[in-house]
Design a protein around this ligand. Structure first.
Ligand code: DON
Length: 304
């Protein structure tokens, strides 16, 4: 029997000497203002009980971790057409890389790199009229925080400096792979990335996947098959060009964001969220990666 409260404390002990390591993302200037000397860890058991350690209640920018939930929302609508617009293969390139997209005729490698996530947001927006609103409602329900929202300063900062995302979106539009005007889709995409959560909230939201698509209120968002698909894409694509290293070191499906958060899923057992603002060269949090590896060693839990 694994004591999750004790595991959370031991993770913090192991990570403490490394807090502050890595480089805070500065390509989105508002993220550069975050104090790197912070670390939070939380694990939500399948019964909904959360155990945390460190800065477990400090909110940070969700960034690319949001991509998992917009994909879940798109699949929840039975929208198989999305798979004609985005592939399901690891990219082996940086999360905002342009060159592969040109070679592959505007069809992104997977829904968890920026280009793929922009397509998913574009699809959800075209089908529903409000991609951001749906995501915010889902996350409010699953985190249990009715006030969860977009950080407007970060969203504005993303938009002001979002040249690469605009380049990706326009390149896809040139291949006929955008359904809405580029700026309209990017407005939803930038705001979805700028939602703030704590690790406690994120771990709770991750239970959606640990419970194979069941929401906190017991209703079903995703079929078990689609929930498994989302988790398998997290394993192969959730850490970009470090996905192989993550599978080797952590052995769990993960999704990282440049805000320093990482969400990991242990199906049928728990969802784990770790956060430290300092990133490695691939854009994954140094301390959150270490925390998840340590958690795996303590619990022995892996999908392999
Ligand atoms: O679009 C961007 O570049 C950011 N809003 C999100 C990138 C991100 O989080 C990549 N994750 N490691």
């Amino acid at each position: 029997m694994v004591d999750l409260a004790d595991a959370a404390r031991r993770v913090l002990d192991a990570v403490r000497p490394h807090i502050g390591e890595g480089k805070v993302a500065t390509y989105i200037p508002a993220l550069g203002n975050v104090d790197p000397h912070q670390f939070g860890f939380a694990v939500a058991g399948i019964d909904g009980t959360v155990h945390g350690a460190g800065d477990q209640d400090v909110r940070f920018s969700l960034q690319s971790v949001s991509k998992v939930f917009t994909l879940a929302l798109t699949l929840s609508r039975g929208d198989e057409a999305i798979w004609r617009r985005v592939h399901r293969e690891p990219s082996g390139t940086a999360f905002n890389s342009l060159f592969q997209l040109e070679f592959e005729h505007g069809i992104p490698r997977n829904p968890l790199i920026n280009a793929g996530a922009i397509v998913v947001t574009d699809q959800l927006l075209a089908e529903t009229g409000d991609a951001l609103g749906l995501l915010r409602d889902l996350l409010r329900a699953e985190t249990g925080n009715p006030d969860l929202d977009v950080d407007r300063v970060i969203a504005a900062s993303e938009s002001e400096t979002g040249h690469r995302n605009r380049a990706l979106a326009h390149l896809m539009a040139s291949f006929g792979n955008m359904r809405n005007p580029v700026e309209q889709t990017l407005d939803h995409y930038f705001r979805q990335c700028s939602i703030t959560v704590s690790v406690t909230e994120l771990a709770r939201a991750g239970l959606l996947l640990a419970r194979h698509g069941l929401q906190a209120d017991g209703s079903r968002l995703l079929s078990p098959q689609d929930a498994r698909r989302v988790v398998s894409i997290m394993l192969t694509c959730g850490a970009y060009d470090a996905a192989g290293e993550f599978a080797y070191r952590i052995g769990l499906p993960c999704k990282s964001g440049v805000g320093g958060g990482i969400l990991a899923i242990v199906p049928d057992r728990c969802a784990v969220a770790a956060w430290g603002p300092g990133l490695d060269a691939q854009g994954n949090s140094v301390t959150a990666t270490l925390a998840l590896g340590t958690f795996g060693s303590i619990t022995g839990w892996s999908i392999f």
